[in-house]
Design a protein around this ligand. Structure first.
Ligand SMILES: NC(=O)c1ccc[n+]([C@@H]2O[C@H](COP(=O)([O-])OP(=O)(O)OC[C@H]3O[C@@H](n4cnc5c(N)ncnc54)[C@H](O)[C@@H]3O)[C@@H](O)[C@H]2O)c1
Length: 322
């Protein structure tokens, strides 16, 4: 299968590209390298096109020349805090980019897409674990941009243009194929805690007075390799059956910030320097996925433990090349 991967030079996109390449797919990566790394791309069966999704003309040309059978759409800006400061930048990139992509797909007759959505579409959910039927009430422009992109997919599906899988990731973490997180700036807990060990600069822990067993927020950390497999299974399903679905992709169990810190200390044998700060506005106390839908309908299940996540992230931090 020939698959066009937007954002394929980024963290999750490059690791998924390695998995697809290993499974015999031809890959066309489209990335503007605003946050991606060319070195992260697989060497085999991969064509790289440096292109911004906002450049509709160039995107159409790529679709006409490459004629992919399916798309995986990772490209996007991902920082919640920045999205609050610069909302229009997020809507332009994440919604405008998706609009151009769907238009290019329609023109070239490409009818299958897997989309990187996020638990951020739920905002502060009523029910934990969160299932896909939960009311969508994002609490920041990043989450709204993901919900809007999902709406574009729904409307395109209803008009008969395409079928989609929208995968709502919880917290992607860990390393695979020698590639780990390298966001700039980094905002995710596990790399930040590992950087704190490496630099001695304390990790900011926002809030230790939440109504959770140890007072810190609980999140669902999913190994990036397991996440990549969910995309591969989604593509195979789309190829067999023209159906559209929304699926949570998480482990179904949560870990608090302090549990993550303790796991990092066990793996590294080092103390994580921590500075307790006040709560951040809009941080829900607990976000954990109900993953029964993807387990029962796609046969996907997470294989890796929290220890695998931390161990692989630590190896990456010590050897990383970009
Ligand atoms: N990392 C997580 O925990 C997480 C959780 C939920 C959802 N997601 C979603 O998964 C996707 C991938 O996340 P990631 O952590 O790999 O981020 P990343 O920043 O490493 O990768 C995103 C890639 O998209 C590219 N890109 C951004 N805007 C572009 C544009 N207009 N045109 C072309 N390329 C563009 C960047 O250069 C980068 O390579 C994102 O859409 C993100 O919102 C990530």
């Amino acid at each position: 299968m020939k698959v066009l991967v937007t954002g394929g030079a980024g963290y999750i996109g490059s690791i998924t590209s390695h998995l697809l390449s290993q499974n015999g797919c031809e890959i066309v990566v489209v990335d503007n390298l605003s946050n991606g790394h060319r070195e992260a791309l697989p060497a085999d069966k991969t064509v790289f096109r440096e292109c911004d999704l906002l450049d509709a003309e160039e995107l159409n040309r790529i679709f006409q020349n490459e004629n992919p059978e399916a798309v995986i759409h990772f490209a996007g800006l991902i920082q919640v805090g920045e999205s609050i400061q610069q909302p229009l930048k997020y809507y332009q990139n994440n919604v405008g980019g998706t609009l151009n992509l769907l238009s290019a797909m329609k023109r070239s007759g490409c009818r299958r897409i897997v989309f990187s959505s996020s638990a951020a579409v739920y905002g502060n959910p009523f029910t934990i674990p969160i299932n896909e039927g939960e009311l969508l009430k994002p609490v920041n422009p990043y989450g709204h941009s993901k919900q809007m992109a999902e709406q574009l997919l729904i409307d395109s599906q209803q008009s008969g243009d395409l079928n989609f899988f929208s995968l709502r990731y919880f917290n992607a973490a860990g390393a695979e194929y020698g590639i780990g997180e390298s966001h700039s700036p980094e905002t995710h807990l596990i790399p930040l805690a590992l950087h704190a060990i490496q630099t001695g600069k304390p990790l900011s822990l926002y809030g230790n007075d939440y109504p959770t067993p140890d007072g810190t927020c609980i999140r669902d950390y999913i190994h990036v390799g397991d996440l990549a497999h969910a995309h591969w299974q989604a593509l195979q399903s789309l190829k067999k059956r023209p159906e559209s679905h929304f699926y949570n992709v998480g482990t179904g169990s949560g870990n608090s910030v302090l549990e993550i810190i303790h796991s990092i200390e066990d793996v590294t044998g080092e103390k994580v320097p921590v500075e307790i700060k006040p709560r951040r506005a809009g941080d829900p106390e607990r976000l954990v996925a109900d993953n029964h839908a993807i387990q029962s309908r796609l046969g996907w299940a997470p294989q890796k433990s929290l220890n695998d996540i931390v161990q692989s992230a630590w190896e990456w931090e010590q050897t990383k090349k970009f």
